[in-house]
Design a protein around this ligand. Structure first.
Ligand code: AVJ
Length: 323
């Protein structure tokens, strides 16, 4: 019998490890230190992010869900997709709304979640296969930013990139990424993009600096990942979580501020890193958008914007674009 769940791993552990080593060396030897947000998401980090999505201050997930609840039927009809490819699928919590709508239309055949965290990916794949008998779940463990070329090409696809993760990319990388998605699509395929919108800075900052400290724990988790994977001796508790809004660049920045002078030894890199008291390491940007800007960037990459939805409060948007 046809297996309904198939997991393809494109992340060779050696390559993954090399990418982590390169990122940590490059970021922590730079004059202004930084670490890429990709390394937040080990099993503990994925769990912390999942808790973030339920925080009262963190509105994006709820707003996007509200849009999906209201618009999934329209999205399914306009896309005409039989295959849903989801980039950065995580726990696939929101995906059921899209899958339900596509199934309702009678065309749904394949779901391809794509994520870097193999554990979370496989659990989500099995859960969804159980929920939709007859659905072929072809999970792909990959770094979607750099491995778009490896995505399955069969079927009439809708590529969904939800949650506002597009905001993790700086403008130049974002342009490359959107053009890369465009290049993998054929006529009839669509791109569904979730993006957080510019709003009152107070609300933005609160969403990234919650009262319960879950985002702070998520931010420090990157140090735990480096300790474990590269045999480093970071003291995560000696770093303070910082979230600020850069109004000019219209993005949230998360940083880790050293509470005192410290020397950290990263054994696997043979590297000592000095932090001075108050020094900040940038760990994430989360860009916020204007609807016109989203339209412009998608059109500039060769997409035709078919729908731009927002929630009633105007906090978040979903764009459905064709090629
Ligand atoms: C998963 C990238 C969409 O930027 O809002 C949440 C990650 N970081 N709180 C975001 C995140 C801190 C999240 N994305």
């Amino acid at each position: 019998s046809q297996p309904t769940v198939q997991v393809t791993n494109h992340l060779d552990p050696d390559q993954l490890r090399q990418a982590l080593e390169e990122d940590v060396r490059a970021g922590l030897t730079a004059s202004r230190k930084w670490l890429p947000p990709k390394w937040f998401y080990d099993a503990a980090g994925s769990e912390l992010f999942s808790r973030i999505t339920r925080l009262p201050e963190y509105y994006p997930t709820r707003r996007e869900l509200a849009i999906l609840r209201a618009r999934s039927a329209d999205i399914a009809a306009v896309s005409g997709a039989d295959t849903l490819v989801e980039l950065g699928s995580g726990t696939s919590e929101k995906t059921v709304l899209l899958l339900d709508a596509l199934a309702e239309g009678g065309r749904l055949r394949t779901y391809t979640p794509v994520d870097v965290d193999a554990v979370t990916l496989e659990a989500a794949a099995r859960r969804l296969a159980g929920r939709y008998p007859g659905l072929a779940v072809r999970a792909v463990c990959a770094d979607f930013e750099h491995q778009l070329g490896l995505l399955p090409r069969a079927g009439r696809r809708m590529v969904a990139f939800l949650g506002g993760t597009i905001g993790n990319l700086e403008p130049a990388a974002r342009e490359v990424f959107i053009k890369g998605v465009r290049a993998t699509l054929r006529p009839g395929d669509t791109f569904l993009l979730g993006a957080d919108l510019v709003k009152d800075p107070g609300r933005l900052v609160a969403a990234y600096d919650d009262a319960a400290g879950v985002t702070a724990a998520f931010n420090r988790n990157v140090l735990r990942v480096i300790n474990r994977e590269l045999a480093a001796d970071f003291e995560p508790e000696a770093f303070t979580h910082v979230a600020l809004y850069d109004a000019r660049r219209e993005w949230i920045e998360m940083r880790l501020r050293a509470d005192r002078d410290m020397r950290v030894w990263i054994d696997q890199l043979g590297l000592a890193v000095d932090f001075t008291a108050g020094e900040e390491t940038r760990t994430e940007i989360s860009a916020k958008f204007h609807p016109e800007g989203l339209r412009r960037e998608l059109a500039g990459a060769g997409f035709e914007v078919r729908r731009l939805y927002t929630d009633p409060a105007g906090d978040f948007s979903l764009v459905l674009a064709g090629v």
